[in-house]
Design a protein around this ligand. Sequence first.
Ligand SMILES: Cc1ncc(COP(=O)(O)O)c(C=O)c1O
Length: 398
Amino acid sequence: MSHYLPPIEQFPRLNQGACYFDSAATCLAPEPVLQQWLQFYREYHASVHRSSHAASREATAQLEQARSDIGQFIGADAHNLCLPASTTIALNMLAEQLPIAWQAGDEIVLSVAEHHANLLPWQRLAKRYQLRLRWLELDRHSGELADDWQQLFNPRTKLLAVTAASNVTGALLPLPELCTAAHAVGALAVVDAAQAAAHVRFNVHSIGCDALVFSAHKCYGVTGAAALYMQPQLWPQMQPWLLGGGMVAQVSREQAQWVDAIQRFEAGTPDSAAIVTFAAALQWLEQQQQAGLHDYLAQLRQQLLHGLQQRQWLKVLPSGAAATPLVSFYSDTIHAYDLAVWLDSVDIAVRAGSHCAQPLLQHFGVESVVRVSLGAYNTAQQIQHLLSQLDQAHALLI
Ligand SMILES: Cc1ncc(COP(=O)(O)O)c(C=O)c1O
């Protein structure tokens, strides 16, 4: 048994007995992390990388320290870590700027579990250049990556763009193996770690990816900050996507020269407070992991899974052996939205729908599912409460 004690007192809005089971969408931010955000605005708020006065120097130092700390969390050097506002923005930027000379018939390998953020930008690119999207399938029964996945990679493969974990089933994909297969045919490998970063300790070097991205707000931080690692041979070949202040070395009336640094991808004033808070959130997360959070959430997930499987009227989407702490399920007789509305009426927050992953739901032959995703503030009692409220819903809505 895990001895982890959920720090519920750090999440005041949960003191009224509310159950928040939507951490895969956005984690609640704990008080110590929020204090960092406030402290930044109170004590350090100023323009970064622009002005020479002391306040600006201090704000810049805070931002760059955060870059270094966030990089360390994934084993990346700060020089290779860009700080966009979200995973979605980073993936769109990569789709437009990766240094690949696309030719009609080139192939991009995606998984069927992609969030739309790691699908639509590649879909648009595929239309523009007449590329072929190839799909890593998940087994419908086990939820695992299908056995024949290696066959997808061939000399026409120019890119692998894959999620580290499904935001619907939680299934973790074998990133090092996938990246090795991509590199073996000369393709680049991009990892969308938005869903997994709070649960799996990544090292970009052991994964062997060319780029990896994740958002702060799914790691107990605030919205408005994300991390995009790009390997040191990659980003110098890339043109910036957004142009503006803070990313140029020299500008004349006719031309401009970009800074020879990762900041060339950070045009405009960044959300410095969100970035500094991101570093604080990762530090907080690390402390929780040291206190046993990972095993604790794995146990809660088992309890949830077991409880759901005992209820014959519910069907659980399979996740495979290794998964993040979430479970998605549906009923043939009660719509997922009705279940979510019922649960909301008793202060239990879950998410229902297609979870921005419609191809995956089509793969499983369902239109919408209820997703229960767990965070550091959830407890075994809350899961019991959720299960008994599902029983109530079943009794009343059927
Ligand atoms: C797997 C995955 N990728 C990308 C995203 C998009 O992240 P953001 O909304 O922070 O840009 C999400 C958000 O749910 C996600 O789960």
